[in-house]
Design a protein around this ligand. Structure first.
Ligand SMILES: Nc1ncnc2c1ncn2[C@@H]1O[C@H](COP(=O)(O)OP(=O)(O)OP(=O)(O)O)[C@@H](O)[C@H]1O
Ligand SMILES: [Mg+2]
Length: 296
């Protein structure tokens, strides 16, 4: 019989063994709708962030249920799934942006390296410098292009003097692939740039404070295909130095930019795996329905 080994995550322990029970299935066999646990290997060898048993409530409503997942160092991981399934909610857990929503409550454990990011001792401003965020709609500050990038390093006291700041601003814009386009207009407002340029400015702003992880919530949904291609190229380059988590509604984008993909459905993490496997050989029926366009 043509068989393949898959891992079904059965407990939330971070050690791959014995928490992962290996199940032999026919390659044609698919896990049915009623299977409740995450399918696929949630652990990685070199995790940057480790999330265990994460639940999120908006008042009494549970929006994210028992999500456990590692995010690997220098990987790009995509979160996909139908609208309202909890992708942004989970993304916001990773740098405590949910703290800004009064009715929102997060339980479980999320670690960045060895640090429990929900520990009382954590400085949330520092955390958000380590775990930066780029939003769906480009949101430059109402300041000059230069100041948009210089703002973070200044409030974090990262540089001494103008020459150092100039260097950091230029380097961040260069890394975001924007320097050539804005070199001669540094004092113009950030909002005077095109949508795609504004999004790269926001990426430059995130990079300037030297983050370790960059969270991107549908960063290209307001952009045309050319601007989108530039951001995707950039994501690929940035992976050398950063860990990137991207929420996207475009399965083509997830396939182009990410090494692993996580599929969410109604607040559950249904399946996680190598991006190729998720798109060519999904193991859960719900994942299959979504990628074949039967749902969402
Ligand atoms: N601030 C909030 N207050 C109350 N409920 C919220 C809030 N934000 C999200 N929710 C609810 O939590 C659930 C998950 O929402 P979330 O925004 O995380 O979904 P999503 O997967 O990012 O969807 P989309 O693809 O539409 O952006 C939804 O039912 C949503 O209505
Ligand atoms: Mg969202």
């Amino acid at each position: 019989m043509n068989t393949t080994t898959i891992e079904v995550q059965t407990t939330l322990d971070s050690t791959p063994s014995p928490s992962i029970r290996e199940t032999s299935l026919s390659s044609a066999q698919i896990i049915g709708y009623d299977h409740q646990q995450t399918v696929g290997r949630i652990t990685v060898d070199n995790p940057k962030m480790v999330c265990r048993d994460v639940n999120v409530y908006y008042a009494k409503k549970c929006a994210l249920k028992q999500v456990s997942l590692d995010i690997g160092t220098n990987e790009v991981i995509s979160f996909i799934g139908p609208s309202g399934c909890g992708k942004s909610t989970f993304l916001r857990c990773l740098n405590r942006m949910n703290d800004t929503i009064p009715i929102c409550r997060v339980t479980g454990e999320i670690k960045l390296d060895q640090d429990d990011i929900y520990d009382k001792s954590i400085d949330v401003v520092q955390l958000r410098a380590r775990v930066g965020m780029v939003f769906q709609k480009p949101n430059p500050f109402p300041k000059s292009i230069y100041e948009n990038v210089a703002y973070g390093p200044r409030i974090h006291g990262m540089v001494n003097g103008k020459a150092e700041m100039d260097e950091l601003v230029h380097e961040s814009l260069e890394r975001a692939g924007l320097l050539k386009e804005v070199e001669s207009r540094m004092n113009e407002p950030g909002t005077s740039l095109s949508g795609g340029q504004q999004q790269r400015l926001c990426i430059a702003r995130a990079i300037a404070v030297n983050p370790e992880v960059i969270l991107m919530d549908e960063p290209c949904s307001a952009l045309d295909p050319i601007a989108t291609a530039k951001i995707e190229e950039l994501i690929d380059e940035l992976r050398e130095n950063y860990t990137i988590v991207i929420v996207t509604h475009s399965m083509q984008q997830a396939a182009r930019v990410s090494q692993r993909t996580a599929y969410f459905h109604l607040g559950n993490l249904i399946e996680i795996g190598e991006t190729d496997q998720i798109f060519t050989n999904p193991r859960h029926k719900l994942t299959e329905d979504y990628i074949t366009g039967r749902f969402g």
